[in-house]
Write a protein that binds this ligand. Structure first.
Ligand code: FAD
Length: 241
């Protein structure tokens, strides 16, 4: 499998970076091809702006998504975006490796998604969820977090982990068509002992060994909706994730 690791930590000796390094080594040993986008090391520009486009379909008024489509078609996207988009399209699996910032991802990674998940390629029109442009690819979050497991459950002080990660898991990755594997979470990282951190790395190593067979999380299918995206009545309970 071709694996792209998008890594977003500002300290190369961090535990989070150790997870990235472990993944590179382990995936390579397992026979996968691995590329890494180390966003801080690359000095990645996270700001989506008019400077991203070598040509403009409308020079007077910027509609970012429309210019993404136009510039993708014209092959005039900024070189840094094109390079990352090529890696994204090369990958069968994308691992997003980052520390949780404010229930979410660091801004540098958000900006990678804003600029590289190009409209017309990744999504557009009714190409989303199981009809998204990245259908057939897998994604997984590998995250470090200050909180503890009991804080991140339904009824816990921060609510359920999956609710916290919903904008990423559902609104970004599943929306783009990717099969989203359950996140790997390294809890309470700054506060546990060195021994416990070594155990977390071992658990991550074991997770990396089963990526091929791990069942993805379940999200909606557009088959459950009509042309206007109204929900089609489901038999009996009709529950959807
Ligand atoms: C802006 C911001 C917002 C945040 N928001 C949240 C939030 O909403 N919710 C939340 O829970 N947390 C939050 N945090 C906390 C953050 O998620 C954690 O501090 C971070 O994920 C910890 O991971 P790290 O890699 O940065 O740890 P580090 O501090 O880099 O590492 C922890 C320890 O592990 C050691 N270490 C490094 N490599 C190894 C190794 N190979 N083996 C063993 N030990 C090693 C390091 O030396 C260090 O002592 C936030 C932090 C910031 C800065």
């Amino acid at each position: 499998m071709n694996v792209l690791i998008v890594h977003a930590h500002n300290e190369p000796r961090s535990f989070n970076a150790a997870m990235k390094d472990l993944a590179v080594k382990e995936l390579d040993m397992l026979g996968h091809s691995v590329q890494v986008s180390d966003l801080y090391a690359m000095d990645w520009n996270p700001v989506a702006s008019a400077a991203d486009f070598g040509d403009r379909s409308n020079p007077d008024y910027l509609v970012y998504a429309l210019e993404q489509r136009h510039n993708h078609n014209q092959k005039t996207l900024a070189p840094d975006i094109q390079m990352e988009l090529d890696k994204l399209l090369w990958a069968d699996l994308v691992i997003f490796n980052f520390p949780i910032y404010w229930f979410s991802m660091p801004a540098i990674l958000k900006g990678w998604i804003d600029r590289v998940f190009v409209s017309g390629v990744v999504y557009g029109g009714k190409r989303f969820y199981d009809r998204g442009g990245l259908a057939g690819k897998k994604a997984m979050l590998a995250i470090t977090i200050g909180g503890q497991p009991h804080m991140l459950v339904r009824g816990g002080v921060h609510g359920a982990l999956q609710d916290m990660l919903r904008p990423i898991l559902r609104g970004t990755l599943a929306y783009s068509g990717m099969n989203v594997l359950p996140p790997f979470v390294a809890y309470h990282v700054p506060y546990v002992t060195g021994e416990e951190r070594s155990m977390i790395l071992e658990e991550y190593r074991q997770r990396l060994q089963v990526l091929d067979t791990l069942p993805p999380l379940q999200f909606v299918s557009l088959d459950q909706f009509d042309e206007k995206l109204n929900a089609i009545a489901m038999p009996s309970s009709g529950t959807r994730p």
